[in-house]
Design a protein around this ligand. Structure first.
Ligand SMILES: Nc1ncnc2c1ncn2[C@@H]1O[C@H](COP(=O)(O)OP(=O)(O)OP(=O)(O)O)[C@@H](O)[C@H]1O
Ligand SMILES: [Mg+2]
Length: 319
């Protein structure tokens, strides 16, 4: 109806669409930064909740509060930026179709045409249809696509992360013979100049050129200051901390008991035999030695009771 003058309005739409895509790029950058900060905050928060007793005991509340505050401030800075962009998208929705309509009509009149109500109303409804797709759907598509893109990138980074090499712990038969005198029995665990660190980019080694030999049937206690690496030493043996230098030799199989007791969803009995074959004699013996019979009597189905979720007051004792 307006002929080529419609192009004036639609060009305006196209310009704003380009602007929206451009803003979408900024949106994704800010969103990714905000996500990293949110994750960091959650991590610290979890640490605080699990160690709240220690924090209270040493009155460390203030320094932890400040740490959380600092991360939250950085997170909010990015969230505020994404909100600005969202607000811009929302404002486009209000003025863009009217402005486009105005431009087209203006061009039509200025070139000497006569405008009637029939033209105006029909054109308005057409521009409203355009508005739906160009100003309402495009920003939604841009923001949801950005969200999806960021999530996919993070999942990909997680799934394609470097595997911890399973064979870093060597069997005792590979222990170099030069360090052995003839006839001497091989140790059960040996560390030769082991350096280990928690992460590749971490600056500090948790073990530094560490040597250790544990003989068979020997009981060894590892002592030291808080945070000096006692647990990390055990985790090197379990291949959970990457060894960057030297070698660890282990003979036989390893059984480890974590400091924090835990229960997996399943029956009491499954938690006790821990996926091994059920041996009635051994099982009865273990339960008797650990005085578990009295506890079993308190449970609705004895040792067949399923332990999961909340509501088990006895859970602490069982652990
Ligand atoms: N999961 C982890 N990721 C990164 N670094 C860690 C991790 N666990 C421990 N560390 C670091 O390794 C170092 C040694 O910690 P570790 O827990 O081995 O000490 P510890 O001697 O067992 O302390 P504690 O006496 O408190 O049990 C510390 O600097 C600690 O920050
Ligand atoms: Mg420890």
């Amino acid at each position: 109806m307006l002929g080529e003058y419609t192009l004036l309005g639609t060009t305006l739409f196209a310009c704003f669409m380009a602007l929206q895509i451009c803003l979408g790029r900024y949106f994704s950058t800010f969103k990714a930064k905000a996500d990293v900060k949110t994750e960091e905050r959650m991590e610290v928060m979890n640490e605080i909740i699990s160690g709240i007793e220690v924090i209270k005991m040493y009155a460390w509340e203030k320094s932890f509060y400040e740490k959380i505050e600092e991360i939250r401030r950085a997170e909010l800075k990015q969230i505020r930026r994404t909100s600005w962009i969202r607000a811009m998208f929302a404002s486009f929705k209000l003025f863009l179709s009217q402005s486009a309509l105005f431009l087209s009509v203006l061009g039509f009149i200025l070139s000497g045409n006569v405008l009637t109500a029939i033209y105006v109303f029909t054109i308005t409804s057409f521009f409203n249809v355009l508005r739906q797709t160009m100003v309402a759907s495009v920003p939604t598509a841009v923001t949801t696509m950005t969200d999806a893109w960021i999530s996919i990138k993070r999942i990909t980074a997680f799934l394609t992360g470097k595997e911890i090499s399973p064979n870093r712990i060597r069997p005792m038969s590979m222990l170099p013979g030069s360090t052995r005198q003839s006839g001497e029995q091989l140790p059960a665990i040996a560390f030769l100049g082991v350096s280990a660190k928690w992460s590749q980019d971490g600056e500090r080694n948790v073990l530094n050129k560490f040597d250790l030999e544990v003989q068979r049937k020997e009981t060894v206690a590892i002592t030291g200051a808080v945070g000096c690496g006692k647990t990390s030493l055990l985790q090197v043996i379990l291949n959970e901390v990457p060894v960057i230098n030297g070698a660890v030799y282990v003979d036989g199989t390893i059984s480890s008991t974590a400091q924090e007791p835990w229960i997996f969803p399943g029956t009491v009995r499954e938690n006790i035999i821990f996926r091994e074959a059920f041996d009635p004699t051994r099982y009865t013996d273990v339960c008797r030695v650990c005085s578990l019979d009295a506890d079993f009597r308190q449970l609705p189905q004895g040792d067949a009771t399923i332990l999961e979720g909340k509501g088990f007051d006895q859970l602490r004792n069982f652990k």
